[in-house]
Ligand binder design. Sequence first.
Ligand SMILES: Cc1cc2nc3c(=O)[nH]c(=O)nc-3n(C[C@H](O)[C@H](O)[C@H](O)COP(=O)(O)OP(=O)(O)OC[C@H]3O[C@@H](n4cnc5c(N)ncnc54)[C@H](O)[C@@H]3O)c2cc1C
Length: 319
Amino acid sequence: MIGGGPVGMFAAFYAGLHSADVALVESLANLGGQTGNLYPAKILYDIGGVPGISGADLISQLQQQVSHFHPTIMTGRTVETIDRQEDGTFLLTTSQGVIATKTVIIATGGGAFTPRRLAVDYDPALDDQNVFYFVRDLADFDNQKVAIAGGGDSAIDWALALAPRAQHVDLIHRRNQFRGLESSVDQLQQSPVQLHTPFLIESVDAAANHQIEVRLKEVRGDHTESLTVDKLLVNYGFMSENRQLRNWDVTLDRGKIQVNSQMQTSREGIYAIGDAASYPGKLDLIASGFGEAPIAVNEALSFLYPDRRQALHSSQLYH
Ligand SMILES: Cc1cc2nc3c(=O)[nH]c(=O)nc-3n(C[C@H](O)[C@H](O)[C@H](O)COP(=O)(O)OP(=O)(O)OC[C@H]3O[C@@H](n4cnc5c(N)ncnc54)[C@H](O)[C@@H]3O)c2cc1C
């Protein structure tokens, strides 16, 4: 399964339900795709049977669901090429090694996500020591002086989550207005988080005691500030890149992968679902992707085991 967005996660669960041995490969450090990374605080109202759920909660429930069958989850790996061997096995070359598989389901959405980086040059050795683009564990920031850069939902959410745990939190944004939910912005203004607006980061340098100095410059002004902090968490959003699709030798339709009603691509044994897939009437919605996942998984299993009859209902399969 290439792509750990909501659709890839559900497909990985569904394949596990059918006793398939699944590896879920995701280029980001975390699962969740657009839903988990672009709009975690937004409430979704168009998932069947769920009257309303935040993006973050949907991903956390999918995480719980997918882990039931213990798939191999490989995060931080981007699939670059898909080559078929003579024995029919596919070799996926990733940014961290090669994976062998008998069939492939592509759920890469709009492309591989990478975080938008700071626009200033700084020593790359500071990455993951002092400069972070993800929060892997909130505890990494406990009792630390933390500066957060960004003005969207995710920057505000992290500032609010870290405020009670960190020694001090600074939030740096280039505008006076924040782009988060009104209720979160209100909460932010009541919190101990120190706001620095409208400021841009001008430089980041190593300082004494394993700290860093973050120099700020006022947007359209002359004021400068200097913060000495333990950690800088950058939340400038994500860029998506789907140039890899062109190396996969599947027929594309306006940048998406053309599939038939079995979710099969132009290459035998390779299926595509979710936002990555294109067919007449396709809607880029989670509900559509959730419907495509069982079709692709059942087709992939029929391709691998043509003589095996697949049970259809989860009550016969869940254990
Ligand atoms: C602001 C916004 C609001 C939305 N609101 C709604 C809504 O209310 N309801 C709704 O149903 N839909 C909504 N959508 C659309 C919904 O988010 C998408 O339909 C859904 O995320 C598609 O899921 P996916 O798993 O197919 O792809 P994605 O969520 O795009 O996930 C794909 C994953 O694949 C990974 N990936 C890509 N290429 C590679 C590679 N080569 N190797 C490894 N990993 C790779 C990416 O990093 C990413 O994590 C919204 C979208 C946006 C942007």
